[in-house]
Design a protein around this ligand. Sequence first.
Ligand SMILES: [Cu+2]
Length: 131
Amino acid sequence: MLAELMRGLVVGLALVLTWLGMGQAAFAQTYQIKMGADNGMLAFQPAQLTIQVGDTVEWLNNKLPPHNVIFSAVPNGDKELAAKLSRQALVYKVGDSFRITFNGDLPTGTYTYYCTPHRGAGMQGKIVVQG
Ligand SMILES: [Cu+2]
């Protein structure tokens, strides 16, 4: 009797955890950052973004190319990760995009990045990933 009750509890708990996991996936969002603002400024738009673990960021080549995304700082000062996430290649074609999903493999915290050709013009951005 007790064993059956325990088994029922375990199955129930597993179902709830599965449901929670599915819920998280269902609520994961994709955010778009325009490279080159709509108003013609050499900027990422939005320049600052706060997301949750599991969310995806898409950089869209919007205006005034070429652009790229070089991570200058990532959580824990992980230079290897910064290099891995960076998109060195300049994006020339308007409408092209690339994405990064900030899943559980990537640490929470602050990611800062810039665009090489327009760094002097202040084209930089910040993403805060919350757990
Ligand atoms: Cu740029």
